[in-house]
Design a protein around this ligand. Sequence first.
Ligand SMILES: [Zn+2]
Ligand SMILES: [Zn+2]
Length: 347
Amino acid sequence: MKKHILIIFTTIMLLLVSASCSVNVSTDATIESGHEELRIHFIDVGQADCILIELPTDEEVLIDSGNREDSGVIINYLDELGIEDIEYFILTHPHEDHIGSAPDVLNNYDVDKIYMPDVSADSQIYKNTIQAIHNENTELIKAKAGTSIIDSSNLSFDVLAPNSMWYSETNEYSLVTRLVYKDTSFLFTGDAESVSELEMVKAGYEIDSDLLKVGHHGGETSSSQIFLDAVTPKYAVISVGKDNPYGHPHKKTLNRLNAMGASVYRTDELSTITALSDGSQIKIDKAEFSEEKNINKTNYIGNINSMKFHYLDCSSVINMKDTNKKLFRNRADAVKQGFIPCSICKP
Ligand SMILES: [Zn+2]
Ligand SMILES: [Zn+2]
């Protein structure tokens, strides 16, 4: 849930209470508090996965959390969008490139529910993640094929894998989820490989999807032909690092996707990729803002004496003592810390 939505909602509720308004107003409130668009952000975390989904219900889903060193990128990205709560946090499987920043995400945001497969790992990052879940008292759901996360008329979010209790590969335990918003559908596969893919096809689930988050960073042992034939993706997104040592994405995988007629989008080439759906059409784009440009960038300057904040080019900044300056990357941070906007530059 976003902060400004909360503010709008609170204001509307106060208005409702104070003026004891008619039913008409509450109908408007319902419409205004939601947006019609579903927004998916494949955040560029290099050779790892991290997908943020802004649901039309104003709830947020985070699928995976990059590597350990990606927490700055992820937190900056979420903060830039004004996100404070994550309603559904999916950790597809306990490999470091998927749960790496989970403890930091749990520490920085209110997470309602966390979904993980029923498999553990003998790693420090896994232990830290479980510890953070306990510390934050977050509800942990051990999910598997058949688990329903969201089930409403226009929006559904279901777990399609894993279908077995035991696999020889940790990747095969990946929680595979399918999101459907009106006439558009999205399949998120984590690092699931051909064993799990075949199980999904055999189980007869509805897996035909407009957009496929390609399994295991485009590795050869995922995106098997039988699976792609069932998914028939129009768009395929590969989350992969530049010059990674695994040779991902594999040429054969790219060939299979191309032969399907899928448009392939790669984070190593485009950085963060967004997919927007109005319920009938999907639009793929580069992110509205590039993380690289935004990290450590100062956009506002506050004066700790006057407690006002300014644009960098405001005339009052020139005369400001360096010792009084406080730098802010985004407006929300300045407001949060009690600074008020300058009446000249109106930031
Ligand atoms: Zn991975
Ligand atoms: Zn993995």
